[in-house]
Design a protein around this ligand. Structure first.
Ligand SMILES: [Zn+2]
Length: 502
């Protein structure tokens, strides 16, 4: 019973510590080879494919103008010909009308591993809102008779509702100025503002991405916003690519930002268990590629990804391997030993730790033709040890393990030691993932175990005639007084016991 209970406690605690790491990804078994894991991947991927259901997420794009803005001229092709669709470009950019042209539909499908489908988005307008341009005060709090960013959002929504559009049919709203407007997004609010000068996927990927909850990405060692030029959540990025249709596109979303939104296909993430010492080669395909190649490596709290310089990433300087960590809702780009952020063949990323997991990732090669990066991955796990062999008795007595070893063999001590070791691991994991509750839970386990053990320690006494269990009540009459004849008392006691047995 006690043994079962102990096992239950241990395994549930282990689950808590590794919950983030494992998700439902493909766990790398030290014994398996690359070809074996490549064989396993489609099997596991198909098993979990039902979990990766596509999510319909249409946006309503409301194009607005201020009432004193220059009038929009409706150009006709001829006396009876159709009007030119003023918003044709908007429709190609935001809706299924432009699918396949690197528009927003393509952006969200590719950068969510097929999960977010905005193809049913619609564009409406141009609506005139009941404010003058001079009323617009931008990014400040509300003021009487003025209109700030939130005010424009509300005015756009109101204009659409006045045109009998059911806003509840859409997941989000983009209010797009036909004349200049701020560019911004509401984190988690499924709303964004833009104008004709910001109708490009590099910027809208970020602003609409804010809507789903994404925050700006950072560079490790800095608290500055927009620190990761390889990521949509840091645009304007020098690494966005020029595009003939939409001005500029990309770069794509990094793996951490994908995971934070639940968009990373975890079936395609190789997970190195935190508790294993591992040396092996790993092959990654490009992060945003469709298909079954491994899209990221999860090791020691870092996500490692491979990016080719094409499609969304056409503007990055070279094919590269990127390493990120996460803290809260923000990704941070790490750098290699040589200070470079984009790792190429020969680059080494290293994080050494005295208490927990040390990791070295070496880029063995990048094969541009085969679109894959081969990495050598080395992980070493250190643990805190409560000394088992502190001071040996000398000379050792044969057959006697000695007091310290007797103590360490005590299951109560080993249970405590286990919990301290898990706490040390949890501290590291909590640091990398920005989840302090992990370490706190682990600490609570230690307290719980100490509480459990001390509750079992019975207070005993050899003072005859008194018992703590009886609330210090006096015992039988024959209590031995100091200096009383010991022999007599002993005999009397034996007789008494016999009486009780009969
Ligand atoms: Zn932003």
């Amino acid at each position: 019973m006690a043994r079962n209970a102990k096992q239950e406690i241990s395994s549930s605690a282990a689950r808590q510590i590794q919950a983030r790491a494992h998700q439902h990804g493909l766990e790398l078994d030290y014994a398996t080879t690359i070809s074996e894991s490549a064989y396993l991947s489609p099997v596991i991927a198909s098993f979990f494919s039902g979990l990766l259901a596509r999510q319909r997420s249409p946006w309503l794009v409301i194009v607005i103008r201020f009432k004193d803005d220059p009038p929009i001229l409706a150009v006709k092709t001829g006396p009876h010909g159709p009007k030119v669709d003023l918003l044709a470009h908007h429709r190609r950019l935001f809706t299924k009308a432009g699918t396949g042209t690197m528009n927003m539909v393509d952006y969200f499908l590719d950068n969510s591993h097929g999960k977010i489908d905005v193809s049913d988005s619609e564009v409406v307008g141009v609506y005139t809102i009941p404010f003058k341009r001079a009323d617009y005060i931008g990014n400040v709090g509300p003021q009487p008779a003025k209109i700030n960013r939130s005010g424009v959002l509300d005015a756009g929504r109101a204009a659409a509702a006045a045109h009998k559009i059911d806003l509840t049919a859409y997941s989000g709203v983009v209010v797009c100025g036909y004349t200049p407007l701020d560019l911004c997004g509401w984190v988690g609010g499924m709303a964004a503002l833009c104008d004709l000068n910001s109708l490009s996927p590099d910027l809208l990927g970020q602003e609409m991405g804010h809507g789903y909850g994404s925050d700006h990405s950072g560079l490790d060692g800095s608290t500055a916003e927009y620190g990761d030029p390889w990521d949509t959540m840091s645009t304007w990025s020098p690494f966005s690519a020029s595009n003939s249709d939409y001005s500029r596109i990309g770069p794509g979303l990094n793996a951490v930002n994908m995971r934070l939104r639940g968009w990373l296909n975890e079936d395609r993430v190789l997970v190195v268990p935190r508790t294993d010492t591992v040396t092996r080669d790993v092959v990654l395909g490009p992060l945003h590629d469709h298909g079954l190649s491994a899209a990221a490596l999860d090791i020691a709290g870092f996500l490692v990804e491979f990016r080719m310089n094409d499609r969304w990433d056409a503007g990055i300087p070279r094919p590269c391997v990127l390493v990120h960590r996460v803290q809260g809702n923000r990704s941070y780009l790490m750098s290699g030993k040589g200070g470079e952020n984009d790792l190429v063949a020969g680059s080494v990323f290293e994080r050494l730790s005295l208490l927990g997991t040390s990791v070295t990732v070496t880029v063995n090669s990048i094969d541009e033709k085969a679109r894959r990066a081969t990495l050598r991955v080395e992980q070493t796990v250190h643990r805190i040890h409560i000394p088992q062999e502190a001071v040996q008795e000398w000379p050792p007595r044969i057959g006697d393990p000695g007091p310290l070893e007797r103590l360490s063999a005590d299951p109560r001590i080993s249970r405590l030691r286990e919990r301290f070791e898990r706490y040390a691991t949890a501290l590291e994991v909590a640091d990398h993932f920005g989840t302090p509750d992990l370490a706190l839970r682990s600490l609570a386990e230690i307290a719980e175990e100490i509480g459990r053990q001390t509750a079992r320690v019975e207070v005993t006494t050899f003072h005859e005639g008194y018992s703590f269990h009886d609330g210090f009540a006096p015992g039988p009459d024959h209590v031995r007084e100091p200096n009383q004849d010991h022999e007599h008392d002993h005999q009397d006691h034996v007789h008494h016991e016999r009486d009780q047995q009969q």
